[in-house]
Write a protein that binds this ligand. Sequence first.
Ligand code: XIL
Length: 356
Amino acid sequence: MVRLSTFVLRRSVPVLLAVSLLFSCAQEEDMEPYESDGITLAGSYDEYFDIGAAVALGVNSFDSFNAYEDSLLAEFNSFTAENEMKPSVLRTATKGFSWSAADRLVAEAASRGARVRGHALVWHSQTPDWFAKTAASKEAARQNMKDHIEAVLARYDEDEVYCWDVVNEAISDGGDYRKTDSPWYSIYGGPEYIRDAFQFARDANPEVQLFYNDYNIVNTHKQDMIVKMIEDLKLIEDGLIDGVGIQAHWNINNWPSKDTIRNTINRFGEMGLRVHITELDLTGPESEQPLLANRYRDIFEVFIECSQYIDSVTFWGVADDHTWLNSHRGYPNFPFVFSKDHQRKAAYYSIRNLAE
Ligand code: XIL
């Protein structure tokens, strides 16, 4: 049996390779290259805010810098690593560092004249257990956090990575601290880990911009709690925070409303914080695609209205052929302004035309 299957495998490998090569060549030939018309999204929004995209550098096997034409990537002037700057990728089981993918992003961005948003230093997810969950004590976890933040901020200065999501998703949807499902909260027995994270980052580099980033910030309970957290931990008072990242995993149809988006941005802006719209993608079944262009127009109208507070708007991907939403939602999504075959969709023009 073993021999037979080895034989079959050996015989089939070259055939499979040839077939897949043919297939991929055919696909590439069928696909029109992305052709710029001389105007880019980032260029159009130059006077308002950066236009960014999350990029993948090989984790989960997708490589944005191989998959996307330079002309398509040139639509953006800011990049965020979709996974490659998270503790799960930067750190190993033995606590060492794996910088290669993150270094590559910094180099790719620099060669394109784009900025890098760092994501993310302290999070309950995508973090090896030894950091906090299985750490011997609060002190040990605190030291792990300090070592990590210091090493990352020493690796990249503020010209290479100009801002960081220092703490990601510390508040629950119900409007309280994320407690039992945060290894950080659990081992600290409270929210002081959040203040520690900002303090370590500020001490490591006074120039880099520090952000708190979360999803569903538009929801009242969660938003109120984020404001309370910032106040209780005296993050503004003590100069530890520069801004809030509003993850915009929103719906195509109507959630959140324009008013809700506007009020959310203004609330943080009026507190003296900078606002970054992070992780923008619009979920919905294919049947809702006809709504996409108007929905993107509405959303960007609000961003422009509130642009005195906004420095950056980042899509959580580049084009519809790569989005985390498909596995997250369990159905196919088409959340961006570039199609699966890397062409401008109607939504692209509805955004661009607003700024011209
Ligand atoms: C997602 C990535 O897109 C996926 O590839 C990964 O498997 C899970 O994480 N909030 C965040 C992002 O802050 O880091 C998440 O990114 C999406 C939700």
